[in-house]
Ligand binder design. Sequence first.
Ligand code: R5P
Length: 261
Amino acid sequence: MSWGLQNRLAHIIKPKNNRTVMLAIDHGYFLGPTTGLEKPRKTIEPIRDYADTLMLTRGILRTSVDPLCSTPIVLRVSGGTSILSPLSNEGISVDMEEAIRLNVSGVALSIFVGSEHERQSLLNLTKLVDQGERYGIPVLAVTAVGREMTRDSRYLGLCCRIAAELGAHIVKTYYCEGFEKVVENCPVPIVIAGGKKVPERDALQLAYQAIQCGACGVDMGRNIFQCENPAAMIQAVRAIVHENKNVGEAYDLFESLRRNY
Ligand code: R5P
């Protein structure tokens, strides 16, 4: 790994404990004005300093994040589809030069294993990895899950391993039963998505279990920004990821912070 690539990776995954709390706010790239992100700046500003990394699109980065913000950025660079069309038909949507101009610490792209456009999405990944290696930019592969796919350890293990084999430096996937096997069989760090909004304790439980199984952190979106108190929730997630708190302790923290904001 080149010095630049290692250095950028260390912005995303904190070297002190090899953990990360990424805040995913890229949903609009195919969902449009997602609940909780209608006014992105209003959502992002109060919580961005609690995130180790922001994962978002260039449009939201330019319009809704202060350029003086020091939180590292992982830029979503795949797209080209909407919720109204087959989602797997993505291409690479941002040039690597533009990513460098935006001074990002990494780029993210979805792969759609088992879908109609599996090959295309996997070759998008290999192209991006080639460019990332050229310029020292880490690539995060998101294992997107179509409605027809079962989110079990066999399927997610397949997706994560393929992403790593094709050169991804970090993989983002979903927590599932037997998740430790998914982690064991993937030679690069794994972060988990939060999925759709669930009660806070359940979301904290998900983060806790993923960490126990060997994930290096979370790349969580809706369970933070759709929470009635996002700042309290992200701090509770941090307590699990960075301070090894259990679910009860993290939930108590959430409750006490929630009352104070
Ligand atoms: C989906 O492909 C996007 O990358 C989202 O960022 C991802 O689903 C994570 O967000 P959430 O925790 O809301 O599932």
